[in-house]
Design a protein around this ligand. Structure first.
Ligand code: BGC
Length: 715
């Protein structure tokens, strides 16, 4: 907590009129594709954005200008002609396991936001990947709280280091999109602390975001924005969060949320659209006049907003930062390079197929609009890249998000990039419109590269794991026609791979951002050695997941829905470990064109954060023929209370052939503890813990035991 900022917030708040105080408690949405009429509360000359809150110039308080920023500063519809660096999806950042890249992309977002006059970024999506159908998994980092918390914190630090406030969102358990405004997410409270809330806790304590955005959903029967247990009890109480809680857009049905811990209503027009009236400040003023809404709470709400403004320093901007779009494009490129995961490779990559007949290598590139560019996820996170989209196509759908459900292609064509890297190859394109037509080209090529795309997005969960538009049949036909078939997936989630045994290689490229085509081509040709690791488990079908049937799926938009997250904290790989199932591809899995070996695992019982904790040391060696990066992963498999798997630490290391590095990992004590809701504390059980080191959550090579004494700690 920054006591100077807090003191200043109190002093300034004391000088405000009630009218000014109330003015800070809402943000108004700018015009965009959905809201075409400019709200009169936004003065002329202010750049349009997702949220506007007026400033108080007489006291040096700037207006708040909020923009989405999960994968770059968003702009479609808001600011005519404006563009920004379009990063790969957060799930790709998760796959890099690289906190430094998270920091750099945050910095980039902060700088670009600032250059546009936007001082609050609606970034920091921290919900865990609980369900491979969740339409917004691409905006979230991983299924693991430690990986999510560490990377999320770095990206928030990057943004706020540029004097731009960042949120973390959507607090909490906003893990499905189906009927999201009417969704009750039910979970055991202790398990919640050990999973989604742990990701938020880690990110918040490391990065001190100015604001936390609540989810649309209910948590255990109460809307997240009106959830006293979550907001007062945990966030502001146990964790001492000093910033402000804003709602999601259209997630404030009642003024009384102010009494439960919400400090600001966002995007008021969406609330009017959703609930048929302006639900927050007008009734709040009435309640205030009637003595039902105390002055102390009004002051606290305002102080929290002012605190974040002063703490991050958005009132002290001097000049406009110079934007180096080339350097920013390099960050997008490097994230794509490090985030693409090579799932399978039977000797076909890097492209090493001899050309039949000795002429130029004949490559068939099939489907996925690969001649034009790479897709992005749909919804509020969409970014228009410099130069604009290569193509956009309306998809649509029911509910208020239908108008934002589009296929946008960023202009980085994998086909063109492949041709640049293989100038002598004869590359031909087939659109993948029909299996029969695609097979014709595949049959007369030396190698066939098929692109499988799926537009996933906000407001919609995927109905199943299949690729849409008949693409599975196309891949199948191509694989039947050509034994050297490579599949490149551009999706926001795991997909089913009924054709897996027939193809020789599979890349998960996610939504790879504005340089995605280049990164894909580099990996296919070996210019870049793949190093991405899966940030979520790829199941072998929905039957293996905690919810083979997703409640509410297929019901009309607006149907009250309850999802029991009865896997609790056993999310992803923990679920598979607990149920003893073999997934299609494990969390942490990712192949390379070189090999890494681990040795000398030592585990010691040391003081970590003043408590009995664990430090592990190990040596990683690149024993293969070329430079590459690896991510050794430390897990616990079993403790005194029985089996229980968890990622304890990881580090990305880049090594030349034959090179070794010693890695030291300090384990956060919460990762070896359970949460006790009765005592309101974390509990480390005394006894022996079995730790393993692996290439993924299953491929373990070394193990060691460590003993810990019983401890109670934290809140
Ligand atoms: C999304 C938020 C976003 C907000 C503002 C909502 O639909 O859920 O993540 O920040 O819109 O655009």
């Amino acid at each position: 907590m920054n006591s100077e900022a807090m003191e200043r917030a109190r002093e300034v708040e004391a000088q405000l009129t009630d009218e000014e105080r109330f003015s800070l408690l809402i943000s108004v949405m700018g015009t965009n594709a959905t809201l075409t009429e400019k709200d009169p509360r936004i003065p002329d000359g202010v750049p349009m954005s997702a949220g506007y809150t007026p400033g108080i110039p007489r006291l040096g308080i700037p207006a708040l200008l909020m923009s989405d920023a999960s994968l770059g500063v968003t702009n479609p519809g808001y600011r005519e002609g404006d563009t920004a660096t379009a990063l790969p999806a957060s799930i790709a950042l998760g796959a890099t396991f690289n906190p430094e890249l998270a920091r750099m992309s945050g910095q980039m977002v902060g700088r670009e936001a600032r250059s546009k006059g936007l001082n609050v970024q609606l970034a920091g999506g921290l919900n865990l990947h609980r369900d491979p159908r969740n339409g917004r998994n691409f905006e979230y980092l991983s299924e693991d709280p430690w990986l999510t918390g560490v990377l999320g914190a770095e990206s928030v630090r990057g943004i706020q280091g540029e004097q731009v406030i960042s949120t973390v969102k959507h607090f909490s358990l906003n893990c499905n999109e189906t009927n999201r405004h009417w969704l009750d997410a039910v979970i055991d409270p202790a398990a919640h602390r050990e999973s989604d809330l742990l990701a938020f806790e880690i990110a918040i304590e490391r990065a001190q975001p100015g604001s936390v955005m609540t989810g649309y959903n209910k948590v255990n029967g109460t809307y997240a924005g009106g959830n006293k247990t979550l907001l007062q009890g945990i966030l502001k109480g146990a964790w001492g969060f000093p910033g402000w809680v804003m709602s999601d857009w259209g997630a404030t049905p009642s003024w009384d949320f102010a009494l439960q811990g919400q400090d600001q209503e966002s995007g008021v027009q969406i609330d009017v659209m959703m609930w048929g009236k302006e639900p927050f400040t007008a009734p709040l003023r009435e309640a205030y006049a009637a003595g039902e809404f105390p002055k102390e709470r009004l002051s606290e709400m305002v102080q929290r907003i002012l605190y974040a403004i002063f703490d991050v320093g958005i009132d002290c901007w001097e000049g406009t930062p110079d934007i180096d779009l080339t350097a920013h494009a390099d960050i997008a490129l490097e994230t794509a390079r490090q985030g693409i995961v090579l799932l399978k490779n039977e000797g076909v990559l890097p492209l090493a197929v001899p050309s039949a007949g000795g002429g130029p290598l004949k490559i068939a590139v099939i489907g996925g609009h690969a001649q034009l560019g790479v897709p992005i996820g749909a919804g509020s996170s969409a970014v228009v890249p410099p130069g604009g989209y290569a193509e956009s196509h309306t998809i649509g759908g029911p509910g208020i998000m239908g108008s934002m459900r589009n296929l946008y292609l960023l202009p980085s064509s994998p086909l063109a990039e492949l041709q640049k890297l293989l100038p002598d190859a004869a590359i031909e394109y087939d659109p993948g419109m029909s299996p029969a037509e695609a097979a014709l080209l595949a049959r007369r090529s030396d190698v066939a590269i098929v692109f499988g795309v799926r537009v996933e997005g906000e407001g919609y969960d995927n109905a199943d794991l299949s690729l849409p538009w008949g693409q599975d049949a196309v891949i199948e036909a191509v694989a039947d026609a050509n034994p050297n078939t490579v599949v490149v997936l551009e999706t926001g989630n795991p997909v089913a791979m009924p054709w897996l045994a027939k193809v020789r290689a599979v890349l998960a490229a996610w939504y790879p951002g504005q340089c995605g085509g280049q990164a894909i081509a580099e990996i296919l040709t070996g210019v870049t050695n793949p190093s991405g690791k899966l940030p979520l488990t790829f199941p072998n079908g929905l039957d293996q997941t905690p919810r083979p049937e997703l409640p509410g799926l297929g019901t009309p938009w607006g149907t009250p829905t309850t999802v029991n997250y009865n896997e609790g904290s056993d999310v992803g790989y923990r679920w598979f470990a607990k149920t003893g199932q073999q997934p299609l591809f494990r969390f942490g899995h990712g192949l390379s064109y070189t090999r890494f070996e681990y040795a000398d695992l030592t585990v010691s019982d040391v003081a970590v954060q003043g408590r009995d904790g664990v430090r592990a040391e190990l040596t990683v060696t690149n024993t293969g023929p070329r430079r590459g990066a690896d991510v050794p992963q430390l897990y616990v498999l079993e403790g005194p209370a029985g089996p229980g798997m968890r990622l304890l630490g990881f580090e990305r290391v880049d090594l030349g052939p034959g090179e070794s590095r010693t890695v030291s990992l300090e384990v956060d004590p919460r990762l070896l503890a359970s949460y006790d809701t009765d005592r309101g504390q974390w509990h480390t059980a005394g006894g022996s813990y079995r730790l393993v080191l692996g290439h993924s959550a299953g491929d373990f090579t070394l193990e060691a035991d460590v003993s810990l004494t019983e401890a109670w700690f934290g809140r």
